[in-house]
Write a protein that binds this ligand. Sequence first.
Ligand SMILES: *Cc1c(COP(=O)(O)O)cnc(C)c1O
Length: 419
Amino acid sequence: MPIPEAFRRRLYPNLAEIAAHFGTPFHIYDEVGIRQTVRELYAAFDGLGFQEFFAVKALPNPHILRILSQEGCGFDCSSVPELILARQSGAQPGDIFFTSNNTTRAEFAVAQADGGAYLNLDDISLLDRIPTQPEIIAFRMNPGSDMGNAIIGKPEVSKFGIPREKLVDAYRLAQAQGIRRFGLHQMVVSNERDAEVLLASAQLLHDVACQLKSELGITLEFTNIGGGLGIPYEPNHKPLNLPQLAAGIRELWRDFPDTRLFMESGRYVTGPQGVLVTRVINIKDSYRRYIGVDASMPALMRPGMYGAYHHIDVYDAAPDSPQEMVDIVGSLCENNDKFAMQRPLPTVNLGDLLVIQDTGAHGYSMGFNYNGRLRPQELLLRADGIIERIRRPETLSDYFATLDHVAPDPFEPPRTPLN
Ligand SMILES: *Cc1c(COP(=O)(O)O)cnc(C)c1O
């Protein structure tokens, strides 16, 4: 989506000065927009015991997580660093949902420390890995061939979750081990803007809930419908109809008045509320016109990784500027290091600022250091209008840190190598 109008109005009047002050590139996030989105979610699902557990991997910055915590969000975590981030950002016991996979005992131990977390198991075998038997447990369902979409793939070839036909047995086994309180989880669609598809996935959870009730006498304490709510990345995309989704969920949940509704959205909450601002440093005409910018794939992987579309503005372009067809590229020695391919844009000049949009989720967090490229800073446009640096740019010493203080630890292997 073109940047939300309210965010644009708060950001654009001062963008040149912000870029001059902090230097480029940077991601910048809109506090007001994030708070408002969360409030809309809570309003939509009011009365259902609703809680949003923000998917930390989407935007793992404690300044953002604190804002979300103040708005009543818990956190969906899948690793030890994410658990630490969540706890440092104000999460209380009961505010953490630990949805990991291929999990170790040590990771469960951290999840259970400091007041604990909801443990959501990706497989029945993981029940034996949990150091202390929990009072309440959830299982992640993999519905098989019934669901799935482009980013997350087909459930029957996805590594996540417990097959539908084994799911009831998992609860039975947990009951046999003395566990009495249960939840149910699913995350099978990603970036889905069609409320009907999201409701179809909620329907599957509803059906399992019915079966658990009738076969095992289990009343679920919560059902977590996962994340995966989509956002309109392209200008002609229709946004998700949240009231339609909420109405459908309300209908389904009528059968389970005592079951709370949990959600673990990332993209929907922060995606549109962030942009990557980068400066044009080279323009090259070969077989195509290439606009070289001072950010590379480490700042935003989605276009290179999924061919994902991110809308791009040329900041302060003349309104009557003719359009030209360009590729927007970074500096990696990889030809997929492009933020856009054959995109019509107003005439771009050296030194211009480009605003790459919808980078508030799965943007900074996916970055990597291939080719020795460093990740950018993150800024927060606060509700009071002040711009705050909430993560500094990576430095060369960050890049070289794992080479410092390396104990050589020479090891002579016991066997003579064959040759
Ligand atoms: C990534 C992920 C999410 C968040 O996905 P969004 O598309 O950002 O909503 C939620 N739950 C799980 C288990 C995930 O892996």
